[in-house]
Design a protein around this ligand. Structure first.
Ligand SMILES: [Fe+2]
Ligand SMILES: [Fe+2]
Length: 152
């Protein structure tokens, strides 16, 4: 009983952290799409936003790699181990993609074509990241869903 309540709390805080992360992503994406050439320093603003996002993501990834969501979920449902491992291995690639975007924004090529290229790449980045986060949610929910079934 106590055990399964712990798990419930764990699932809730994990999902809550993901919700906050998704809101952060949506805010940046919305800003990016609403900005126009009239925003003279949009390259600078966007690169700062992406650096902030990188910071947040790095902490989030670190937590997950240190066992944040992984160990309790895999304890009750070890069959997800390989999927979870594969997801963790995607983290560095996400950070690399952000670095590359920041570098493009900071270069002295700041034309409209560069902007739309970066914007398209960022949209694709977000599709992949949302997929990644969704897959993690699914693992945690199925793991603890299973556990709740046998808990008490
Ligand atoms: Fe992750
Ligand atoms: Fe995550």
């Amino acid at each position: 009983m106590g055990q399964s309540q712990n798990h419930q709390t764990h699932v809730e805080s994990f999902l809550e952290e993901h919700r906050e992360l998704m809101q952060h992503l949506s805010r940046v994406q919305q800003w990016c799409h609403e900005s126009t050439e009239a925003d003279t320093n949009r390259f600078e603003i966007f690169s700062t936003q992406l650096e902030d996002l990188r910071e947040t993501l790095m902490e989030h990834f670190q937590e997950e790699e240190d066992g944040g969501y992984l160990s309790p979920a895999l304890e009750v449902a070890p069959r997800f181990s390989r999927d979870a491992q594969e997801l963790l291995q995607q983290h560095q690639e996400f950070l690399n993609r952000l670095d590359s975007l920041v570098n493009q924004l900071k270069s002295d090529q700041q034309g409209a074509d560069v902007w739309s290229g970066v914007q398209a790449e960022f949209d694709e980045f977000l599709v992949n990241l949302r997929k990644h986060e969704g897959a993690e949610n699914a693992i945690v929910q199925s793991a603890f869903g299973d556990d709740v079934g046998t808990g008490d």
